[in-house]
Design a protein around this ligand. Sequence first.
Ligand code: PLP
Length: 404
Amino acid sequence: MDFVYGPGKNHLFVPGPVNIPEPVIRAMNRNNEDYRSPAIPALTKTLLEDVKKIFKTTSGTPFLIPTTGTASSIHPSACTTAPVPHQLPSNNQFLDQFSLLWIDQQQRLNFRVDVIESEWGRGADLDALASKLEADRSHTIKAVCIVHNETATGVTNDLAAVRKLLDGYRHPALVLVDGVSSICAIDFRMDEWGVDVALTGSQKALSMPTGMGIVCASPKAMEAAKTAKSVRVFFDWNDYLKFYKLGTFWPYTPSIQLLYGLRTALDLLFEEGLDNVIARHSRLGKATRLAVEAWGLKNCTQREDWFSDTVTAVVVPPYINSADVVKRAWTRYNLSLGLGLNKVAGKVFRIGHLGNLNELQLLGCLSGVEMVLRDVGYPVKLGSGVAAAAAHLRNTTPMITSRI
Ligand code: PLP
């Protein structure tokens, strides 16, 4: 039985995986090829050059890895520092769902992790980080790890502020960033903010299938990788570099289809213009938040400067289980919303507004959410959120440049 089929299109509003544009689907619909022929290295060369643009770096070294965000997030620490027995590094992290997973991963890999806790729905506690950096005169902290956009709560952290703190204390720690649900959708500036390693996953704002991790390392991180003592094999950047030098690029068999998909995904992004893509996400994020306000519901994110433009976590009243909202949306309206995760399970549902998405698609989702809220017993006025969002979108949506 095909559970996914329903009349019309599924309205996919989870915060990843997201909709894949038709040109990307078509680009990937192809046979395998010999990756040692001249064609794949030539294609790879353009991809490596062009992915740097999504990180806003000219000096970074990118890696395209057949994996997911979770495995890519092994790279930042494993390639640049070492587990406890070698160097006693301590990696600071900020606590929330995806920070939790990253912390768990690093602890299991034997890294010492010094966690800076934050309440769910709040951004990174920069005062606590400042105290740690100030106290760390002997520079035992090797890396500050931070999730740019917390997908569980819709919190975007201020990376420029983290850089400013490190510079203020003249602290040499590397800045390692999980940008899985931000890069290509929320302003991210690797060079300007002095980020040393950043990563994203193909199924988020790049609007591709899952299966490709994209990691980028600064010159300082590349230098650290030369002496980092972590045991690593498949993820060893040095192996990649050998093949980069040879001009063949691949230390193993790449996914041919994903490479062609990435080529088209990047072409579409550049055609729209990366800054326009970011502005579109900002518009959609704001419209969603206006709808939530009009429904009389709260955003899980506690402060405006942390609001995420890729995902909004909506807090439901205590008499409603948010899992029922998600279930009802899918079973009745063919609308896929994000479940509340971990500490906010049952308390929030998430509207993902990232990737290849436009204003009218979002309005469809918002009208679906209104119907679902009424179904589960929340007395929302039908059309209230849609009207608030539409008013904002009508005022801010630009002409489609290619059609003028
Ligand atoms: N980090 C963040 C911020 C995420 O949102 C996710 C997935 O949603 C991950 C890491 C894990 O990525 P993946 O599911 O591709 O392994």
